[in-house]
Design a protein around this ligand. Structure first.
Ligand code: CA
Length: 237
């Protein structure tokens, strides 16, 4: 089983939106379409996407205003944003990047270019969403085959612990609050208590056995996956 990266497409021109949606679907993404800022905000409130494709010129609030707002909001500040626009000059490109967009693509663009830029941004910002094997210290996780190992010894993880470790490994050495983990791993922070995170972190540590020490509690802040001297990969001779 594989989690397809979810992509919120905010675009008011339905012909362009449909083209993007169809292409994303054919290329292993899960697109969600919103026509304007209100619809986009509603989708984000329901579940934080892995990536946002954001048109600049929208009815109501512009893409620029939305990018600025999402960049400072705790739920969305780490979500990669690619701005789509007919505006191609440098001043606009700078304004888009200043607003917090990760990249910028001028219309008309080819699907190939769009996909390449999306993958580049995801590799940089959310490598766990791409379905490629990840390795941190001696831990290796392969989302395609659903396998986890530590120093080549296979480990057994429950589905939630697998998702949690997947996220941690995509963002090693960074501290994540319980709220952020609920958003990223459970996908909806509204109906689950933060205590649930603690329960699954405990199970994850148990399942990781020796490597469990890599999942650190950061007091008052949350959790972090970190490489420890005792969990470094054993060099093969
Ligand atoms: Ca537009």
């Amino acid at each position: 089983m594989r989690n397809m990266p979810s992509v919120l497409v905010v675009e008011d021109e339905s012909a362009i939106a449909e083209l993007i949606v169809v292409n994303l679907r054919h290329n292993g993404f899960r697109p969600i379409w919103a026509m304007d800022s209100t619809g986009a905000q509603r989708e984000i409130d329901a579940a934080v996407p892995d990536l946002i494709l954001l048109d600049w010129m929208l009815p109501g609030e512009s893409g620029l205003v939305l990018a600025k707002r999402w960049r400072v909001h705790p739920r969305t500040k780490t979500v990669p944003i690619i701005m789509l626009t007919a505006r191609g000059d440098e001043a606009d490109r700078v304004a888009g990047l200043d607003a917090g967009a990760d990249d910028y693509i001028a219309k008309p663009f080819s699907t190939k270019e769009l996909l390449a830029r999306m993958r580049a941004v995801l590799r940089r910002r959310a490598p766990e969403s791409l379905g490629k094997p990840l390795s941190v210290g001696g831990l290796v996780l392969d989302p395609e085959t659903y396998r986890v190992s530590f120093n080549d010894q296979p480990l057994k993880l429950g589905p939630t612990e697998f998702k949690l470790l997947h996220f941690f490994m995509g963002h090693a050495e960074r501290v994540h609050s319980r709220g952020q983990l609920l958003d990223k791993v459970w996908g909806d922070h509204v109906y689950i208590e933060e205590r649930t995170v603690d329960v699954h972190v405990k199970r994850l540590r148990e399942a990781l056995a020796q490597a469990g020490a890599m999942v650190e509690t950061v007091r008052g802040a949350g959790y972090r996956l970190t490489v420890k001297p005792e969990t470094m990969p054993i060099p093969s001779v």
